[in-house]
Design a protein around this ligand. Structure first.
Ligand SMILES: Nc1ncnc2c1ncn2[C@@H]1O[C@H](COP(=O)(O)OP(=O)(O)OP(=O)(O)O)[C@@H](O)[C@H]1O
Ligand SMILES: O=P(O)(O)O[C@@H]1[C@H](O)[C@H](O)[C@@H](OP(=O)(O)O)[C@H](OP(=O)(O)O)[C@H]1O
Length: 305
């Protein structure tokens, strides 16, 4: 049995960019406003499986401490009122990773060229194959699930519709990664990549973090993370950006969504590793082309744009 937790304070997260949402009476995650994220058990085996992942992983000494830091902290399972009014339901209680950001700019990217895995039902296999082929999962090894960017020119968030994002081709996905670190994301079709070096570059930036994760995935055989995501985010509040530098933007990578994880059984997770390498290459290309633009004073597209 799981502990029952009563709170009227739980509400739908303000900064969720993908996945099942608690809005409009549906079943989705909730936050307590004090740094905790409550993810409801999903149907079939998924909720149980994700809870199993967090239980194993949070106490797994075989994964080094710095790798644990790339996952939301796990705060057990609690039974709370589900967001869809269906009554009490177990929720995995996690650290709300964006709770202390003023204006987080966030992207959720599903990693792997395939989201299915051995022994799934034929129905699930077909559903995954269809999505993997229709999106950038097959050609790029990942697909963007959703993102939101704080646009300084408009003083508001820009969050493209889920259907639009899921329809991105390879070039559009690459462009989204450039917009993600630009100050002119909405107004201009040519992103300025103004924040690329602070967010993607530097010793604490997204690239450095991804490289550390890659080094672990090159050897870890504990878990296969099917259909899991890289969540990347940074502080995009003007007062913080004025200070400049990678410390101010607090760019972070977290791995999330383990409803479909399976035990690694001594085998490297090639599917996740391959997707991660492709993700890293895209970030490196952006950094390289924005370095060139710094030299010339103008921003230039890489990758044939
Ligand atoms: N620990 C967390 N802290 C803050 N936000 C989070 C956290 N985990 C997830 N999110 C937000 O919730 C979204 C959905 O998360 P997640 O992928 O775990 O849900 P899901 O419903 O299983 O998704 P899917 O339907 O794609 O499988 C993420 O894109 C992110 O915006
Ligand atoms: O990317 P989208 O369009 O938001 O679609 C969701 C996404 O593919 C999830 O991975 C999937 O969960 P599973 O991988 O666990 O099936 C979910 O299925 P669901 O709605 O059947 O839970 C989809 O709705």
């Amino acid at each position: 049995m799981y502990p029952v937790f009563c709170s009227k304070k739980l509400k739908a997260p303000e900064h969720q960019v993908a996945g099942h949402s608690a809005k409009e009476g549906r079943l989705g995650p909730l936050v307590d406003g004090e740094g905790r994220f409550f993810k409801p058990f999903q149907h079939d085996f998924r909720g149980e499986n994700e809870a199993r992942f967090y239980k194993f992983f949070s106490s797994n000494k075989k994964a080094p401490d710095h790798i644990h830091g790339y996952f939301p902290a796990y705060h057990d399972i609690q039974v709370v009122e589900a967001s869809n009014g269906s009554g009490k339901l177990p929720h995995v209680v996690l650290e709300d990773v964006v709770s202390d950001y003023l204006r987080p700019t966030i992207m959720d990217t599903k990693i792997g060229s395939r989201t299915w895995y051995p022994d799934v039902s034929e129905r699930y296999f077909n559903k995954c194959m269809r999505k993997d082929r229709r999106t950038t999962s097959v050609p790029l090894g990942f697909r963007i699930s959703g993102f939101k960017i704080f646009d300084h020119q408009e003083s508001s968030y820009w969050m493209p519709d889920k259907k639009v994002v899921h329809g991105y081709n390879v070039d559009e996905a690459r462009l989204a990664f450039r917009k993600f670190v630009s100050s002119n994301s909405l107004a201009d079709s040519i992103p300025d990549c103004a924040f690329a070096s602070d967010v993607y570059g530097g010793s604490n930036g997204i690239l450095a973090q991804l490289l550390e994760l890659k080094a672990w995935f090159e050897t870890q055989t504990l878990y296969h993370l099917n259909s899991s995501s890289v969540l990347m985010f940074y502080e995009n509040d003007e007062s913080v950006l004025m200070k400049g530098g990678d410390d101010a933007v607090r760019a972070q990578v977290k791995l999330i969504d383990f409803a479909h994880f399976v035990d690694g059984n001594g085998v490297i997770d090639h599917n996740f590793l391959g997707g991660l390498c492709s993700f890293i290459k895209l970030i490196q290309d952006i950094l390289e082309s924005s370095d060139k633009s710094d030299e010339t004073g103008t921003y230039r597209f890489g990758n044939g744009h």
